[in-house]
Structure formats: structure tokens, C-alpha cells
Design a protein. Structure first.
Ligand code: SF4
Ligand code: SF4
Length: 225
């Protein structure tokens, strides 16, 4: 899932304080699961925001809330179309894709981000999410026993550890598990340790973000118009 966390109330207040009618829009998908931008969080933030505006003498700003199932798909944004025209600004509690989808759809409406989008990750334990994939566009998990050296090794090393790993922890940050220790342990458990002896090819970064925004086209799914 996409993992995000909330901006603080003051930051959101300062973005919207000069507007008169503001709609907070939650998203019912990833950001609901990571407890950042779903219906419940938008409700709590809405109350906090009204209070914060009152404290700076802007208690007359109307702040309303709603949540749609998904902000990153235009079909789900349809439901907002008539409602948005009643406001002069929107705060999106979707991930960065959701914010931009709303901005594209409502070309004349200021759209502000309510969240800080962080990474693609998983729920590790109650209240803790960790990064697992950097979306490199050329997945090589099959070579590394199912553990990503790009995301899990702090130096993104492809051919073994850096030499600084101690007791399974990363030298860059002792709170982090060493990604290469994890790869080694899992390769041992799977009985495929000898595979790690082969020199791993340099990564093909041409599929990464550096060439600009990427696109996936599924010709078999397209509808010719
Ligand atoms: S190799 Fe690339 S696509 Fe696969 S998990 Fe790592 S960053 Fe993600
Ligand atoms: S200690 Fe491990 S995770 Fe940290 S940079 Fe070195 S090899 Fe990567």
C-alpha cells in the first residue's frame, strides 16, 4: 500500500486560512488503511482545524468534510464534482497521486495536500509501517531471496553487504535491520545461498523515476475511441 502520514494542523491551517469555504476530502483506500486520510482521520482533523482557525480569528471559515472511495481514479471523483463548486478550496487527504488527480479534475480550484506521502510499504505491527519497495520499475526480488536490496539496504548494494553490518543491524542506522543480513538469512533458509555467489548485474535505472513520470499501458485493456 501507499503509506502516508498527516501534516500537522497548523500547517494545513496556514495553507487554507485565506479561503472562506474549504472542503476536506478523504480517501477510502490506502490512506484509510494506514490511518492517515480516511473518514475518521478527516473528521478528527476537521474539528482540530476549525478550532485552530478560531484561535487566529478565522472562525468564520467554513470547513466541511467528505470521503470518497478512491481519489486516484476519475470515476470515483465524479461524486465530488457538484459539491466542490460550493467551495473555494479543497484539502485532499489522499496520497500525492490523489491530490494531483483532484487538481487535474478541478482546474480552477486550489487543491492542497493534507498528508505527507511516504512510501510503498506494509503494516509491520500495530501503528508501525515500513518501506518495502521503491517502485524501481524493474523488480529483481527473484535474485535476492525476496528481499529488496534497493529498499532494505541503506546503500542500495547489489553484491553483498558493505562490511559495516553488526549483529544484524545496519551501520547507517542501528535501528535498521541490515538488508543484506536479511537476504543472507533467507537465502540460507531457502537453501539457495550459492545463488548469491553470482555477480549481480548493475541495475537498469532507465525504468526508474529519473527520466520523468512513468506510464503503464495495457493495450489489451484499452478501449479504442
Ligand atoms: S526491486 Fe524494484 S520493484 Fe522490486 S521491490 Fe525493489 S524497488 Fe520494488
Ligand atoms: S550495514 Fe547492511 S543494510 Fe546497512 S548499508 Fe551495509 S549492507 Fe546495507
Amino acid at each position: 500500500m501507499i503509506v502516508a502520514d498527516r501534516k500537522n494542523v497548523q500547517e494545513i491551517r496556514d495553507m487554507i486560512k485565506d479561503h472562506d469555504r474549504v472542503l476536506l476530502v478523504g480517501c477510502g483506500t490506502c490512506v484509510t488503511v494506514c490511518l492517515a486520510g480516511g473518514e475518521r482521520e478527516v473528521g478528527i482533523l476537521g474539528s482540530a482545524l476549525r478550532m485552530a482557525l478560531k484561535l487566529i480569528g478565522r472562525g468564520n471559515v467554513v470547513v466541511d468534510e467528505c470521503t470518497i472511495e478512491r481519489q486516484c481514479e476519475d470515476a470515483f471523483i465524479d461524486i465530488l464534482a457538484t459539491r466542490v463548486s460550493e467551495y473555494d478550496a479543497v484539502v485532499s487527504f489522499g496520497c500525492g497521486a490523489g491530490v494531483q488527480a483532484l487538481a487535474e479534475r478541478f482546474g480552477k480550484m486550489p487543491v492542497y495536500p493534507g498528508l505527507n506521502t511516504q512510501f510503498i510499504g506494509i503494516l509491520e505491527s500495530q501503528g508501525v509501517w515500513t518501506e518495502k519497495c521503491a517502485g524501481c520499475g524493474n523488480c529483481r526480488l527473484g535474485e535476492f531471496a525476496g528481499i529488496c536490496p534497493i529498499t532494505r539496504c541503506a546503500k542500495h548494494m547489489f553484491n553483498g553487504p558493505c562490511g559495516g553490518s553488526r549483529d544484524g543491524k545496519c551501520e547507517v542506522n542501528p535501528d535498521l535491520e541490515c538488508g543484506w543480513q536479511l537476504i543472507y538469512d533467507r537465502a540460507c533458509a531457502l537453501g539457495i545461498l550459492e545463488r548469491l555467489g553470482a555477480i549481480a548485474e548493475p541495475h537498469d535505472w532507465s525504468t526508474g523515476l529519473d527520466g520523468g513520470p512513468r506510464k503503464v499501458v495495457r493495450e489489451d485493456q484499452r478501449i479504442n475511441t
